[in-house]
Write a protein that binds this ligand. Structure first.
Ligand SMILES: Nc1nc2c(ncn2[C@@H]2O[C@H](COP(=O)(O)OP(=O)(O)OP(=O)(O)O)[C@@H](O)[C@H]2O)c(=O)[nH]1
Ligand SMILES: [Mg+2]
Length: 294
């Protein structure tokens, strides 16, 4: 064991929309994972690796914890389970404006045996400072032994107090990854996620939940990358909505997606999107595997 180097898995759990992915990006200091105002944005466990003098923190973003309604949900909850198994430290996130009962259901189901840091997020939504204090005290009483911190991940309030808490709880150990690694996921994966993020932003109601994105081709040329992606939906009617009148919506999706992908790759991109209907893909093991939900 090294005497002066700490390393470990710090895995982030909580209800959908609590702000887990926003937090990971904040702690990493860059936009790695996608976020949206809608619930159930994250579908995978995604590592975000932070290496600094004296420590390596391997964060995991995870899908929001829900009662599974179809196989895709089950796969998402398997991702949560895998993160529960190897956590050295658990960060639990809860929207401070939501009732403690909601949080309790989730936290009880996790049966955590590792140090816990509870972040009560979205304090910017609470007008009164004393209300925040009262909430923090309530959770501290309820969960003695846990570190409890009220923060706003979005407005960066109190967030400088998170890393010191993590470092205190992190075990001594050798680095798990080379010090220039940032994630376990490929460029291809992040590109598909970025298209999914734009779908969450552009389309309403059930569309994002019936959608998967599959990168079919990723050709790196000298001046630009050529990327071809399939957008999978469950029904013909959803395909019509995705395309929009005269293809106007898919065109907009292409423009929005290309912009963020070019920023990410730091390169010009030629992006082609194809919409495909795969009935009931969310309940089909073969499709789920093909789309990366293992
Ligand atoms: N007002 C406010 N909004 C926040 C804060 N942190 C995150 N959000 C917003 O909350 C929404 C959900 O954030 P995400 O980071 O996607 O939440 P998540 O927990 O990863 O959600 P899932 O992936 O669906 O489980 C986004 O619109 C964020 O911008 C905060 O401190 N204050
Ligand atoms: Mg998320």
């Amino acid at each position: 064991m090294p005497e002066n180097f700490k390393a470990g898995f710090v895995n982030i759990f909580g209800a959908p929309n609590a702000g887990k992915s926003t937090l990971l990006n904040l702690l990493l200091g860059e936009r790695l994972v996608i976020t949206s105002p809608k619930v159930q944005t994250t579908r995978h466990r995604i590592l975000g690796i932070l290496t600094e003098p004296g420590c390596q923190v391997v964060f995991s973003d995870t899908p929001g914890i829900i009662e599974p309604k179809y196989k895709l949900h089950q796969k998402m909850m398997m991702q949560v389970k895998s993160a529960l198994e190897d956590a050295d430290v658990a960060i639990l996130m809860h929207d401070i404006t939501q009732p403690i009962d909601e949080f309790e259901k989730i936290s009880n189901s996790l049966k955590l045996k590792v140090p816990v840091i509870l972040l009560l997020n979205k304090t910017d939504m609470v007008k009164d400072k004393s209300t925040i204090e009262a909430e923090v005290n309530k959770y501290k009483e309820h969960y003695p032994g846990w570190q409890v911190l009220a923060i706003s991940a979005q407005k960066k309030v109190n967030t400088d107090k998170i890393m010191p808490l993590i470092l205190k709880a992190l075990p001594l150990g050798f680095a798990f990854y080379p010090d220039d690694s940032i994630s376990d996921r490929s460029e291809r994966f992040f590109v598909s996620e970025m298209i999914r993020e734009q779908i969450f932003a552009l389309y309403d109601e059930e569309i994002p939940y019936h959608t998967a994105v599959l990168i079919q081709a990723f050709e790196e040329k000298t001046t630009l990358d050529v990327i071809k992606a399939d957008i999978i939906v469950s029904r013909e009617t959803q395909k019509m909505i995705l395309l929009g009148k005269g293809g106007s919506m898919i065109k907009q999706l292409g423009i929005n997606s290309r912009k963020v992908i070019e920023e990410f790759l730091q390169k010009k991109v030629h992006l082609e999107l194809f919409v495909k209907v795969r009935p009931k893909w969310r309940d089909n093991d073969n499709y789920l595997r093909e789309y990366g939900y293992n």
